[in-house]
Design a protein. Structure first.
Length: 380
């Protein structure tokens, strides 16, 4: 059994660890130095944990009293897991409910990213803590550790995920406040990021000639399809044959960044690419499957690696940079900004303007995309 001095003097380590007291009571010590009382028990052949509260707010004596009450309830046949399922206490339990409820139907790649951030950053720090014990300094400490590795944007996104989980808990009646709301301005400011692109016509011409000379048909077509449509890389590689409908590419809302259906008019050049691909991939689901044709779409590195192979560095051009190229050139030629922005599937930043500007500009966009393809071809 632990003594008060042992609890008081327990030193943090690189990773969270527990010190056992007696009859299921444990002291958890986090890398930050914070200490929590955890009651561990087995039910239905599974281990369960209940957070009792932080030390020294909850003394060793009081933690043992709470432990005894729980043990008495178990002796009377009460299911503690049923009790904790009604009102989840641990952040990890609420996270599981959030994933099951709010992440249902999300895109696979998005879910993979969320699970990675939870597994690598969030749950090791906050998972075993009770919601009521997590405060703004805890979340800030977590984000600062990520910033210290040079991943400022990841730190901001981790804070966002934690905030989403807490707001879900508040709506469910399991929490009263969101600690991330107090962190406004606490993290490193976001630096405006601009995707590398080419805007000099002579350089774009060199790029196009190199693309068209690329020896592998699938990747060559993916590069050209990307630059001609100015669509997001993720939208291109997940394009499906059932979305190609005559003169348009009809992308469903669930695939779009802003969850809004998007129609891409197909220029003559793009339709030629599609017809070149049809005998190769037209019997499957994906317009651009993996070269191994294993039932998956092309990876997000396919076009990027090809650009490096033909001699263009990441400082010169990225797959996402085709969009910036299209926007820059079209704006320089005096094309209606609203038409350009709608073709890029950007949401109007002005909320009032966005509320009333429902025009799809489809006839104008048909002309725009053919003009863009012809302008590119004139450089070749």
């Amino acid at each position: 059994m632990l003594s008060e001095a042992q609890v008081r003097n327990a030193k943090p380590k690189e990773k969270p660890f527990m010190i056992r007291d007696d009859r299921g009571l444990n002291l958890r010590v986090d890398p930050s130095g914070r200490k929590y009382w955890i009651f561990r028990y087995w039910e239905n052949k599974k281990e369960h944990q209940i957070s009792l509260g932080p030390y020294p707010d909850l003394s060793l004596k009081d933690a043992r009293l709470q432990r005894d009450e729980l043990q008495t309830a178990r002796a009377k046949g009460e299911s503690l897991s049923a009790r904790s399922e009604k009102v989840p206490q641990l952040f990890s339990k609420v996270t599981a409910e959030w994933l099951k409820t709010r992440m249902k139907g999300k895109a696979d790649n998005y879910l993979k990213t969320i699970h990675f951030r939870l597994r690598k950053y969030i749950l090791p720090e906050l998972g075993a803590m009770s919601l009521k014990d997590i405060n703004a300094p805890d979340v800030l400490r977590l984000c600062r550790k990520i910033e210290d590795t040079g991943h400022d944007e990841t730190a901001r996104r981790v804070k966002t995920v934690v905030g989403q989980i807490f707001r879900f808990a508040i709506a469910s009646g399991w929490a009263e406040n969101d600690p991330t709301s107090a962190l406004l301005g606490a993290l490193s400011p976001r630096q405006n990021q601009h995707y590398a692109t080419l805007t000099d016509p002579s350089e774009i011409g060199i790029l196009l000639r190199a693309m068209k000379a690329y020896p592998y048909t699938l990747i060559r077509c993916a590069m050209l399809f990307s630059i001609y449509t100015a669509a997001r890389p993720g939208e291109v590689r997940t394009a499906e044959w059932n979305e190609i409908k005559g003169d348009v590419w009809d992308i469903p809302a669930e695939k779009m960044k802003m969850k809004r259906r998007h129609i891409v008019p197909l220029s003559r050049q793009v339709k030629e690419i599609i017809e070149e691909l049809r005998p190769l991939t037209g019997k499957g689901r994906w317009v651009f499957p993996t070269p191994r044709n294993n039932g998956k779409c092309m990876s997000d590195s396919g076009v990027r690696v090809a650009l490096r192979t033909i001699g263009f560095t990441k400082e010169q051009i990225t797959p996402h940079g085709f969009r910036a190229m299209f926007s820059t050139i079209a704006n320089e030629h005096g094309i209606n900004r609203d038409v350009i922005e709608r073709q890029l599937a950007h949401v109007e930043g002005n909320s009032v303007r966005g509320a009333y500007n429902h025009a799809e500009y489809l006839p104008e966009r048909v002309k725009l995309m053919q003009w863009w393809a012809d302008w590119l071809d004139a450089l070749d």
